[in-house]
Design a binder for this molecule. Structure first.
Ligand SMILES: Cc1cc2nc3c(=O)[nH]c(=O)nc-3n(C[C@H](O)[C@H](O)[C@H](O)COP(=O)(O)O)c2cc1C
Length: 365
């Protein structure tokens, strides 16, 4: 009997993941915020990534990881701009591989949404003041996100600096042994800020037309592709901002076509978070139609967002709306979810996912 689609291997530029159930990137806000360990993943990450890899996912995508210090979302977010960080990530890569999972890293710059408190219980939803270790933020244009401070508009040389920082971080990701790199161009962070007319009012070659707003992302993609012809490269986008006049599904589909030309291998389709106070029509599979539309541009896509059952995930793949399924919160509740879902769908490969020392557990229910 063949495996259900969700548990069949998936190939991306020569990389084979054992199944199509991937871990969505999720901030852990668990790195030291100063000293030599600033932005270095530690024991928490070993447990977190280890559990997710052991649980049977095909690929674990490491959380948004900043390419420069001011690109962190919070002071406790990880970075990949120095040797200490690279070495710590290399250890995580080894742990994931020891469990048969593949591991990617989401490279990010938080832009005007940086320097905020970690999204942890009892923490304010606000900017961290400079006196408490916060930093001045940067963006394509000096337009604040909600109550956050007005960001500094990046000058032309600073834009080039951001591009070089992404390229350098991708080099480090490869040296750390990551199987794939994802660029975070979603959720209102810097690369999304460039894409959106709401946050980009530049008059230079990085603003104005859709082509110009996509220029920085495309330069980064082409640079990484030139340096690493064999590296599987994905891009996460917010395929709509859910507001008229913003970066919308037509723009996202056009962008996906350009990214295909530039050498991207898969688009990870999320939505929203560049316009404060927008009502997002959430519900089961609510972003799947976005993924299906972006997929018409010709690249494989990942679907994410409130996918919470094995049958739902399998149905999305069977109907051709997406090529892989990314799961977030349900995997925080239970990192062994892939093993449970494999048994639930009667996948012959379910047995191979169960770690030897756990073979007496009743994953079959
Ligand atoms: C704790 C937490 C942290 C997150 N951090 C990131 C992140 O670093 N990068 C990202 O692109 N999305 C991030 N997200 C969004 C998730 O990757 C995912 O897209 C979202 O939770 C919807 O999927 P779900 O319904 O399966 O949780 C985060 C979500 C959660 C719950």
């Amino acid at each position: 009997m063949p495996d259900p689609l969700l548990f069949r291997p998936f190939e991306l530029r020569g990389l084979v993941t054992r199944n199509r159930l991937w871990v969505s990137p999720m901030c852990q806000y668990s790195c030291p915020s100063d000293g030599p360990e600033l932005g270095v993943p530690g024991d928490w990450h070993l447990q977190h990534i280890g559990a997710l890899a052991r649980g049977g996912a095909g690929l674990v995508m490491v959380e948004a990881t900043a390419v420069v210090p001011e690109g962190r979302i919070s002071p406790n977010c990880p970075g990949l701009w120095n040797d200490a960080q690279q070495q710590a990530f290399a250890r995580l890569v080894g742990i994931a591989h020891s469990h048969g999972a593949r591991i990617g890293i989401q490279l990010a710059h938080a832009g005007r949404k940086g320097s905020t408190y970690p999204m942890l219980p009892d923490q304010p939803d606000a900017a961290v003041p400079l006196a408490e270790g916060g930093w001045p933020t940067v963006a394509p244009s000096p337009i604040a996100f909600g109550d956050l401070p007005v960001p500094h508009e990046l000058g032309p040389e600073e834009v080039a600096g951001v591009r070089e920082a992404f390229l350098a971080a991708a080099d480090r990701a490869v040296r750390a042994g990551f199987d794939a790199v994802e660029l975070h161009a979603a959720h209102g962070y810097l690369l999304h800020e460039f894409l959106s007319p709401f946050s980009n009012e530049r008059g230079d070659r990085y603003g104005g037309s859709a082509e110009n707003r996509a220029r920085l992302l495309r330069e980064i993609v082409r640079g990484i592709r030139a340096n690493h012809p064999e590296l599987p490269l994905t891009v996460r986008i917010s395929a709509t901002e859910w507001v008229e006049g913003g970066f919308d599904l037509d723009a996202a589909t056009e962008l996906a076509g350009w990214l295909a030309e530039d050498g991207v291998d898969l688009v990870d389709v999320s939505s929203a978070a560049n316009v404060p106070g927008v009502r997002v029509p959430t519900g089961p599979s609510y972003q799947v139609p976005l993924a299906a539309r972006v997929r018409t541009a010709g690249l494989p896509v990942g679907a994410v967002g409130l996918i919470t059952s094995a049958e739902q995930a399998e149905g999305i793949l069977a109907s051709g709306q997406a090529d892989v399924i990314l799961i977030g919160r349900a995997l925080l509740e239970n990192p062994h979810l892939p093993i449970l879902w494999a048994h639930r769908l009667g996948a012959p490969s379910a047995r191979e996912l169960v770690p030897g020392p756990y073979f007496r557990a009743r994953f079959r229910g």
